[in-house]
Design a protein around this ligand. Structure first.
Ligand SMILES: CC(C)(COP(=O)(O)OP(=O)(O)OC[C@H]1O[C@@H](n2cnc3c(N)ncnc32)[C@H](O)[C@@H]1OP(=O)(O)O)[C@@H](O)C(=O)NCCC(=O)NCCS
Length: 244
């Protein structure tokens, strides 16, 4: 049996027996709504405007995209968020590529933030990734978004970015005991995460116009992504910590 083809749908039912929240695999008929929500969620958040809706639009066609781990979350029958994964690797000093998976983008429609929907969606995706036998999830983002799920800076495992540095915003979650033990090296993300941005403007013009603004909180994003992980992991600490 090919477990990759099994579709798991998670639902919640209220006191009257009505389905309130459903998480299911994304279908082609969901694409446009998912892109609208992604655009709204990211608009002016990290930079003036947003590119993540274009990223979702293009990454789906890349060989490294993982449709079996792309989910939408519905609330009362309406899609209100989505999550996407691509293949990634840790390249060790011998040049061997150890496969891991990259989480992102993930978004929930802005008017429903902090109501636990993101947690439901992210937890569901982590559980499915684990059930499919993946080693670890890697991602870049704010620590406050991902520490609640057990993500930790990749310095813990001596996994750096290609510039050789460790950043607090580059995190990993091992999916089974010892999954990242001895997996030191350099992170390699899929080219799917770096689409040709020349198509962004034209693609964005197919959505209702929104104003691009320079906002002070965008600086937090810049800072978060530039913050070098200063934490020291001694050999013994690293060994004990790596059993997670
Ligand atoms: C990130 C995102 C998907 C979270 O979805 P959400 O439904 O708002 O998250 P939840 O309500 O399930 O929150 C789960 C936990 O994450 C943490 N968290 C989420 N948003 C946070 C914020 N703005 N500040 C601090 N902690 C936050 C909290 O620990 C929260 O638990 P709590 O509410 O009990 O304190 C959503 O905020 C979003 O779409 N943001 C815009 C896009 C984005 O930044 N995506 C992530 C980068 S790829």
């Amino acid at each position: 049996m090919n477990t990759k083809n099994i579709q798991i749908t998670e639902t919640s039912i209220d006191d009257l027996g009505r389905i309130t929240v459903t998480i299911r695999n994304e279908q082609p008929t969901d694409y446009r709504r998912v892109e609208e929500i992604t655009r709204n969620a990211f608009w002016n958040l990290y930079v003036p405007g947003a590119s993540e809706h274009h990223l979702v639009h293009t990454m789906r066609h890349h060989a490294d995209y993982m449709p079996e781990l792309s989910f939408v979350i519905e609330r009362q029958g309406e899609i209100v968020g989505s999550i996407h994964f691509t293949r990634a690797w840790v390249v060790n000093p011998s040049g061997e590529e150890i496969p891991v998976i990259h989480l992102g983008p993930v978004s929930i429609t802005p008017e429903l933030h902090r109501q636990g929907l993101g947690r439901r969606l992210i937890t569901h995706a982590i559980d499915r990734a684990r059930a499919l036998g993946h080693r670890a999830i890697v991602l870049g983002g704010f620590t406050y978004h991902y520490h609640p799920y057990g993500f930790v800076g990749t310095k813990k495992w001596n996994i750096s970015m290609p510039d050789g540095k460790f950043y607090t915003g580059i995190m990993a979650l091992p999916l089974y005991d010892g999954a990242l033990n001895g997996v030191a090296g350099v992170l390699k993300f899929s080219e799917a995460l770096y689409p040709d941005e020349s198509g962004l403007e034209m693609f964005d013009a197919t959505f209702p116009p929104m104003e691009k603004l320079v906002l002070s909180h965008q600086k937090d994003f810049e800072r978060a992504f530039a913050e070098v992980d200063e934490q020291e992991y001694s050999a013994s600490k690293r060994k004990s910590l790596s059993i997670s």
